[in-house]
Design a protein around this ligand. Structure first.
Ligand SMILES: [Zn+2]
Length: 565
């Protein structure tokens, strides 16, 4: 222990014993000086054990079943916190502390780190800086800027977040799609060498502003217009500055194998770690392809490419509007004008019909569910078959396509595709040692309000669902391994050296849960329900959730990537 740490542990007025000598009763000044002098003397003769006899910690968590986030087996112990830091871990810590909480044998794990979130959507984090839906499932850090979409430049956004009193930590990626849009707009062509050079400058600035790496969303406009070579050029910049690449790959159904190959190629050619985000196999006819994708990932790892995966534990996913990418080039008005051209409209509709038939939902219009339609909230929660019938059509792919175009013209809606992933693929991906858990969620409109517009339950339950369903009920992975996938592994991927593990000296982001009770309660029909069995959450040493309520503490910080200046 260094003197600075010792100094922090000694608070005036607290009972003090250093190196066996009792300084109680002396005036404060004297005690401080005496303690430091003793520290100096004792440093050469094993100060640490002596000083640990009676440190006035801020918080001691007793009787914990410690799962440290490394994957190592749980063990019993007490954990002491000083300030924002884990100060001591021992079988028994009997010392005085400002506060002692007896965990009664419940699990104490590192706070969960969610590497793929959309918490800025509809200003979610600014509307609800307590992020209750995340904190209440044990998440203490959320990362924004996924799927190629981030603010550009990143710095003002991070400054706003830094000024925002918030319950959890937050960081961000710089998004390839957003960078591209900033330089050449939403155009369907490769960028020129000059344009790529400008994009490289923006990516570099994003990294220096504190991004953890470069994200891409290659199923979305404008990411989908980007050739592999162009992505590699930007990835090299992120990699050179210590960042990694996180990709929503180019296809998650029929082309999923080729799309995983592309993400591996970015890592290999760009010389940086690469991550397949929300890895899944969409559509019954493609189920089972995770055998092949995981084999490719294993082969890449074996030849030295640092490939990792994240995943959310649900069979339903988000669905973007079904229009082909070429029809969405340019502004929203450009796209709507194309639909006014009868010939183009026929072509676009034919493509939507094809997608409705051959996409993940396989022609079943009831599987496309609208979450939020700002222009007509009465459609929230209805499926495409219902809306098609409401419009006086029958629920065929042809009529569904007609209604899809009509909805797009009205202002469009958020939508989900229900039950398009198979459990066998989910379990196979979950078991892979390179897979971590990430929600792909948001802080929904009407947080916690049962009458709010529907949302994907992953925003409330992804982490708790893994613990309740995949660990306890189905025993797909062990509890310690699940905790590693939620804390140690994502922290390592982000390069957060002081988070993600329970170790002395690490930041005190911690979650307490009862492994027999922890569960997600958010369902597709009732999504706005918080996870259960997680009684206590600590961020940077401060309790942010206990007694079934968020506390007044707002200890969350902005976390910065490896090249932050
Ligand atoms: Zn995505």
């Amino acid at each position: 222990m260094d003197l600075k740490t010792l100094f922090r542990r000694i608070s005036p007025g607290a009972p003090l014993k250093v190196d066996g000598r009792n300084f109680n009763g002396a005036p404060h000044e004297t005690r401080w000086t005496a303690a430091l002098t003793a520290g100096v003397i004792a440093c050469g003769m094993m100060l640490a054990p002596a000083a640990a006899q009676n440190p006035p910690y801020d918080l001691v968590l007793r009787n914990a079943r410690i799962i440290d986030g490394s994957g190592r087996e749980a063990y019993r112990g007490d954990v002491a916190i000083s300030g924002d830091t884990i100060a001591n871990i021992a079988p028994v810590i009997a010392s005085d502390a400002r506060r002692v909480i007896d965990l009664g044998g419940q699990v104490l794990a590192p706070g969960f780190v969610d590497v793929h979130t959309h918490v800025r959507v509809r200003r979610g984090i600014f509307e609800h800086p307590t992020a209750d839906n995340y904190v209440r499932q044990g998440v203490t850090t959320v990362i924004e800027g996924p799927d190629g979409s981030s603010p550009v430049p990143l710095a003002p956004f991070l400054r706003q977040l830094a000024a925002l009193p918030k319950s959890l930590n937050i960081g961000a990626f710089i998004g390839q799609g957003s960078v591209r849009a900033a330089i050449i707009g939403r155009v369907n062509r490769p960028a020129s060498a000059q344009e790529i050079e400008k994009m490289r400058v923006i990516v570099e600035q994003g990294m220096r502003d504190g991004a953890f790496g470069l994200s891409s969303g290659l199923e979305y406009v404008p990411g989908t217009y980007t050739p592999l070579d162009e992505i590699v050029e930007l990835a090299k910049v992120a990699g050179r500055l210590g960042g990694h690449y996180q990709s929503h790959i180019r296809g998650e159904g029929r082309p999923v194998v080729e799309a995983v190959q592309e993400a591996i190629a970015v890592g290999e050619r760009g010389g940086l770690p690469t991550q397949i985000t929300h890895h899944k196999v969409v559509g019954r006819t493609s189920w089972g392809k995770s055998v092949e994708t995981l084999r490719l990932i294993d082969q890449a790892r074996a030849r030295g490419v640092d490939v990792t995966i994240d995943q959310y534990p649900y069979t339903s996913g988000h669905l973007s509007n079904q229009l082909p990418a070429w029809a969405l080039e340019g502004s929203l008005d450009d796209a709507r004008n194309r639909l006014k051209n009868p010939d183009l409209r026929i072509k676009i509709k034919a493509e939507v019909v094809r997608r409705l038939r051959r996409g993940g939902t396989g022609g079943d219009l009831t599987k496309i569910v609208f979450l939020h339609c700002a222009w007509d909230p009465s459609l929230d929660g209805k499926n495409l078959a219902e809306v098609t019938q409401l419009r006086g059509y029958k629920a065929s792919p042809e009529d569904g396509a007609e209604v899809t175009l009509w909805m797009f013209e009205q202002g469009d809606c958020d939508r989900m595709q229900r039950d398009v992933m198979g459990e066998a693929d989910i379990e196979r991906i979950l078991k892979h040692p390179a897979t971590m858990i990430a929600s792909d969620g948001e802080i929904p409109l009407g947080l916690g309000d049962p009458h709010a517009s529907p949302t994907h339950p992953r925003s409330y339950g992804a982490f708790a669902r893994v613990l309740g369903v995949y660990v306890r009920e189905r025993k797909v992975i062990k509890l310690e391994e699940a905790a590693r996938k939620m804390s140690g592994l994502p922290a390592q991927r982000l390069g957060l050296r002081d988070r993600g593990l329970i170790r002395a000296g690490m930041k005190a982001d911690l979650v307490v849960f009862d492994p027999a009770r922890v569960r997600d309660t958010a369902t597709y029909d009732n999504p706005h329900q918080y996870a259960e069995g997680i009684p206590l959450v600590i961020v940077n040493g401060e309790v942010v959730f206990e007694n079934n309520a968020m506390t007044a503490a707002r200890p969350g910080r902005v976390l910065y990537g490896p090249a932050k200046q």
